[in-house]
Structure formats: structure tokens, C-alpha cells
Ligand binder design. Structure first.
Ligand code: KE4
Length: 430
């Protein structure tokens, strides 16, 4: 495969952008390769600057649930741009998108629009702290909530330990109020939330984890999180930046029938443009400035173009049968991959829910951060490179998910299955 132009651009980019990329995972470091520079995309396919075309299972990390360059989304953005790109003043489309979110998401009575998932989650925990007057935030190992200081803590040591900075530049003073414990670990959850010495403001979680690869909550665990946080007056925040409008129109909270106190959104609600959102019960949201004392602001919050792309996307998702069709073909595809894995002789696990899936190269069932970390990342890297050579673009990390969109048809999913079988055979021969 000719990658000359990508190579040249990567060298040029690296002279002026740290690592040559504007987000680390795009650097392809963990899959032993160099990044592709994308020139265009259409439906389920992306084309790089060397003219190579790939079936795309990254989907911009989730937003492109209706496929790339969907005509209704492109038209909405073009028409809006022609009337101006930003005013720093409220616009009608912000009401439209907010109303769509309030209507769709069970936990949200009021919502504040921001510019990224990180901004949504960092604002949500500040609000939870302001609302409760408490400081401690509980999260789960392997769950990623964006790069705000409070979230960048080392994974817990199996028991509730106050946070240890997970990155230089994050002061201990900040992360000492963050506790990270094991996902699906009810015993540690109970020990932590029932500990009267801990002044816990909120618990934030991905209701399906997508950042240690796809890890699905035990129903008992998810229900215990809800019952314990309610019992203890702890604000339960679902970080649905990935799962929001992905697992169902009402997100994971609709899919599982478990309603948090607050929800963070991103990705899909921006249709590929920068949007995040946090929302919840009105009594909590009314504490946010200018109504309340908890401060949060943003120059481009509710940006007209991003609103237009988000509204056009949600309108597509409202079409009858959208999720049934998407989840059905994803399940069929997952079933094929499961079968291929079982026959391959390789140690592979497939975790799948809705239109999200991850193939883990490990013999352990992947149910939390530790079991996810048992995966052979070198083997994943080989698999990634095998698939890329056959025109299939998977997530450039073992600890991400593959996204399927409504634009992925039988041909694309058949190619995924066939090339997976070919790659697994190659890996097994090594
Ligand atoms: P952003 O700030 O990247 O918009 O959102 C942060 C975030 C928050 N919560 C969840 C559950 C998320 O998955 C994310 C961001 N997701 C990653 C991919 N898993 C973004 C990709 C990247 O970092 O380049």
C-alpha cells in the first residue's frame, strides 16, 4: 500500500504539532505504525491522501453513526454556515438541540451545551461538587472521561485508594479527591460508597465502557451503583459520550432501564462537529451560572454549525427502525466474528453490545480493567496492520471499540468477517 503522502505529511506535521497529531491515539504508536492522513470520507469509507480507500470502523470515535458526509448533515452545515458561523449570542438551534436531548434522555430535564466530552464531564463533576458541597469523585479503573485533571488518576489498586496522578502536570492536591475502583466489582463499590469517612460528591461511570475496549456492566453491578448512590445522596453521573444515542435513542440509560442523576454527552450529538453536553435534574442544573453559583462558560458553546449538524443527525436517528436495523446487523457481524475467533485456535475474546465491539487478544473473559490489560497488544497491533493492508481500518489501539454505522452494508461487514478470518489465520501460523 502506497503511504508516501501520509509519510510526508506526518514528517511535516511533526515539525509543528506535538507527535504530529492533535490527539495521541491517532499517532498509531500502540499498533506499531504511522498515521494515515485522511483526505475525504463517504458513508462507511474513508480515503487517505495517497488515494487508499478503507472501510472505516473508527467512525471518528463514534460521532459518525449515520456514516460520513451524510447529505442531510452536510446540507444543514452548509446552509447554516452561509448565515454566519458564530455570534456569541443565543440562537434558535440551541433550543432545538436542547429540546431533542431533553426529550430523548430519561435523566435530563435541563442541559448545558459545551464543546467536547471533556468539557462536559469536568463541568458535571464541578456541578455535583457544588450541588452536594462535597469533594470526592469516584470513578472506575479503565473508564476514560476526557483529560481534565480530576480524571487522570492511576488505576486503583483493587481497593479504594485516594488518587495518584496518572500524568505529569496533575497536582496530587487535585487527584487526592478522586477514588478509582474496579469496574463490575460490587464488593469494593459497597466498601467505598458505604464508608462514612468519605465525603463523596459523585460517582461518574461509562455505563458501557468503551475506553478499555468494550466492557459491559453486569446488570447487578449497574443496579447496585444506582441503588447505593441514591441511598447515600451521591450524584450518579453517566458518561454517555460514547453510548449516548448509540445503544438506543435514549442511550445506555434507556437500554438498561437505569436512570442516573446527570448525563454527559458528546460525539453523536455534534454529528462530527465539536459538541459536548451535560444535563440532569432541574434542581441540579439550576445551580449552574447564571442561574446558580457554579461557574461554567464557553465562547463557542452552542455553536450554530455544530447545532445544525447535531440536529440533522438526531433527526436521522429518529427514523423508525434505525436502531433495530443497526443493532441487528451488528449482532450478526459479531456472531460471525465470534465463530471465526473460536475456530482460529487463537486466544481471542469478543465483547459486543449494540453497534460497539472489541476483539481482545487474551484467553480471559474481559470484564474490567485488569482483564482488559491481560490482552496481547503486540498481537492486536499485528492484526490492525493485517486488516489495514486489506482495506479495513480498525481502531489503532486494543483499548478502543469498533463502531458500526447505518452506512455499513452487507458488503462492508462481509469484508470485515473475511479479512478477520484471513488475519487470524496469519496470526495463528506465526
Ligand atoms: P472528548 O473531550 O475527546 O470530546 O471526549 C472525552 C471523552 C469522554 N468520555 C468518554 C466516554 C469518551 O470516550 C471520551 C473520548 N473518547 C476518545 C476515544 N475513546 C476520544 C478519542 C481521542 O481521544 O482522540
Amino acid at each position: 500500500m502506497n503511504k508516501n503522502q501520509s509519510k510526508k505529511m506526518f514528517e511535516k506535521a511533526s515539525r509543528v504539532i506535538p507527535g504530529g497529531v492533535n490527539s495521541p491515539v491517532r499517532a498509531f504508536r500502540s499498533v506499531g505504525s504511522e498515521p494515515l492522513f485522511i483526505s475525504s470520507a463517504q458513508g462507511a469509507r474513508v480515503t487517505d491522501v495517497d488515494g487508499n480507500e478503507f472501510i472505516d470502523f473508527v467512525c471518528s470515535w463514534g460521532p459518525m453513526i449515520a456514516g460520513h458526509a451524510h447529505p442531510e448533515i452536510v446540507t444543514a452545515v452548509k446552509e447554516t454556515a452561509a448565515k454566519g458561523t458564530s455570534f456569541g449570542a443565543p440562537t434558535p438551534n440551541e433550543i432545538t438541540l436542547a429540546e431533542l436531548v431533553v426529550e430523548a434522555v430519561p435523566s435530563i430535564e435541563k442541559v448545558r451545551l459545551v464543546n467536547s466530552g471533556t468539557e462536559a464531564t469536568m463541568s458535571a463533576i464541578r456541578l455535583a461538587r457544588g450541588f452536594t458541597g462535597k469533594n470526592i469523585v469516584v470513578k472506575f479503573d479503565g473508564c476514560y472521561h476526557g483529560h481534565a485533571d480530576s480524571f487522570l488518576v492511576k488505576a486503583g489498586s483493587g481497593v479504594a485508594t485516594l488518587g495518584i496522578p496518572g500524568s505529569p502536570g496533575v497536582p496530587e492536591d487535585v487527584v487526592k479527591n478522586t477514588i478509582s475502583i474496579g469496574y463490575n466489582d460490587i464488593e469494593t463499590l459497597e466498601k467505598t460508597l458505604l464508608d462514612d469517612s468519605l465525603d463523596i460528591a459523585c460517582l461518574i461511570m461509562e455505563p458501557v465502557a468503551g475506553n478499555m475496549g468494550c466492557v459491559i456492566p453486569d446488570r447487578a453491578f449497574l443496579e447496585r451503583v444506582r441503588s447505593l448512590t441514591r441511598e447515600r445522596g451521591i450524584v450518579l453521573i453517566f458518561d454517555e459520550v460514547i453510548t449516548g444515542f448509540r445503544l438506543a435513542y435514549g442511550g445506555a440509560q434507556e437500554y438498561f432501564g437505569v436512570t442516573p442523576d446527570m448525563t454527559c454527552l458528546g460525539k453523536i450529538i455534534g454529528g462530527g462537529l465539536p459538541v459536548g453536553a451535560y444535563g440532569g435534574r432541574a434542581e441540579i442544573m439550576d445551580q449552574i451560572a447564571p442561574d446558580g453559583p457554579v461557574y461554567q462558560a464557553g465562547t463557542l458553546s452552542g455553536n450554530p454549525l455544530a447545532m445544525a449538524a447535531g440536529i440533522a443527525t438526531l433527526k436521522l436517528l429518529q427514523k423508525p427502525g434505525f436502531y433495530e436495523a443497526l443493532n441487528e446487523k451488528s449482532a450478526e457481524c459479531a456472531g460471525r466474528l465470534q465463530e471465526i475467533g473460536e475456530k482460529s485456535g487463537l486466544a481471542v475474546q469478543l465483547n459486543h453490545i449494540g453497534s460497539l465491539m472489541t476483539v481482545f487478544f487474551t484467553d480471559q473473559k474481559v470484564v474490567d480493567f485488569d482483564s482488559a490489560m491481560s490482552a496481547d497488544t503486540d498481537r492486536y497491533g499485528e492484526h490492525f496492520r493485517n486488516m489495514l493492508s486489506q482495506g479495513v481500518y480498525l481502531a489503532p489501539s486494543q483499548f478502543e471499540v469498533a463502531f458500526i454505522s447505518s452506512a455499513h452494508g452487507p458488503e462492508e461487514l462481509e469484508t470485515l468477517a473475511k479479512m478477520t478470518e484471513w488475519s487470524f489465520k496469519k496470526l495463528a501460523e506465526k
